[in-house]
Design a protein around this ligand. Structure first.
Ligand SMILES: *Cc1c(COP(=O)(O)O)cnc(C)c1O
Length: 338
């Protein structure tokens, strides 16, 4: 079995998680009769201080439903140039919502209040109505970077002044909460909707939850059906989410320590030009000289280590629940010999 650092999505359910899944009470969730799904939705909504939640098969779906419920066709959506909603969701903003994107050159995946304000279109028939701002925290292409709370609040203030809606792609929000010692409730107070992935650092096989106001989530539920995301005895999957919230949140600290250790092992290698500051569980670095990104990942693969070339000279490694201290030592050993 190779040591898999391609993504935190590669984890398999633990024995204890599987037991919790097998024991779940289920029903037909499209009829709203699955008490385990309802428990997960209610629990996450309450944790984030939101009115309601909606369990979906993927983070792409929770983001795309949020964008659909907040916009009309031909509206403009503001996000960072490297946002997942923009570059990794298959053109979904255009396909599902008929909106266009105003992509902003942020720093490590993060945009600021001034950039948002400057990107807002005036009320002019030539211009697309600016409607929605999407932030990503942690920012994947930013190397798992975390927003400072003050920057988020400043963006909220711009949104308030201009009547814009603010959505958070919180695929790895728990990594940010742990790193920044913030609370979910802070986020619920500032964002109109939040997408939370269970199948990343939290180690579930499937699932994301969208939280927001009741009226928005009621509409989101209709959109989910249209997108084909209404699931029946989904309580088996939701049970994994409930288990993960109890057991896999505080341990994210360990993933962050492992990521820092990987970055330390890369520091000073002659083929490493630059490493993005490591804040959470993602290490993104630029290669030079002996290796291209593809070349390095091929070499690592020969040593049974999987990493992704995310650009011609950029490699990404992501730590997770199934990446053990023993695996870390093995990777450190291989890197020492390269
Ligand atoms: C993984 C991820 C998502 C959702 O991905 P799915 O694979 O559809 O669950 C959304 N945003 C970010 C930043 C992600 O990393």
């Amino acid at each position: 079995m190779p040591i898999d650092l391609r993504s935190d999505t590669v984890t398999k359910p633990t024995e204890a998680m599987l037991t919790a899944m097998f024991q779940a009470k289920v029903g037909d969730d499209v009829f709203r009769e699955d008490s385990t799904v309802t428990e997960l939705e209610t629990r996450l909504a309450a944790e984030f201080g939101m009115e309601a939640g909606l369990f979906c098969p993927s983070g792409t779906m929770t983001n795309q439903i949020a964008i659909k419920m907040h916009t009309q066709p031909a509206d403009e959506v503001i996000c960072d140039r490297s946002a997942h909603v923009y570059i990794y969701e298959g053109g979904g903003i255009a396909f599902n919502s008929g909106c266009q994107v105003r992509a902003i050159d942020g720093i490590r995946g993060q945009i600021n209040a001034l950039q948002v304000e400057e990107a807002i279109n005036p009320d002019d028939v030539h211009k697309a109505p600016t409607r929605l701002v999407c932030l990503e925290n942690t920012a994947n292409r930013g190397g798992g970077s975390c927003y400072d709370w003050a920057s988020i609040v400043a963006i909220r203030e711009v949104c308030n002044r201009h009547g814009l809606v603010l959505h958070l792609d919180g695929a790895r929000i728990y990594n940010a909460l742990i790193h920044k010692k913030e609370t979910p409730k802070q986020y619920g107070e500032v964002f109109d909707s939040i997408s939370i992935c269970l199948s990343k650092g939290l180690g579930c096989p499937v699932g994301s939850v969208l939280v927001g106001r009741k009226k928005d989530i009621d509409r989101a539920r209709r959109i989910r059906k249209v997108f084909g995301g209404g699931m029946r005895q989904a309580g088996y999957l939701a049970a994994a989410g409930l288990y993960a919230l109890d057991h896999h949140v505080t341990r994210l600290e360990e993933d962050h320590k492992h990521a820092k250790a990987l970055a330390d092992a890369l520091k000073g290698k002659d083929f490493v030009a630059d490493i993005l500051p490591v804040e959470t569980n993602i290490v993104i670095f630029t290669v030079k000289g002996r290796y291209t990104a593809a070349g390095l990942s091929e070499t690592l693969r020969k040593h049974d280590i999987l990493a992704v070339a995310i650009a011609p000279t950029q490699v990404r490694m992501v730590t997770h629940l199934d990446f053990t201290p023993e695996m870390l030592s093995a990777v450190q050993g291989v890197l020492a010999g390269l």
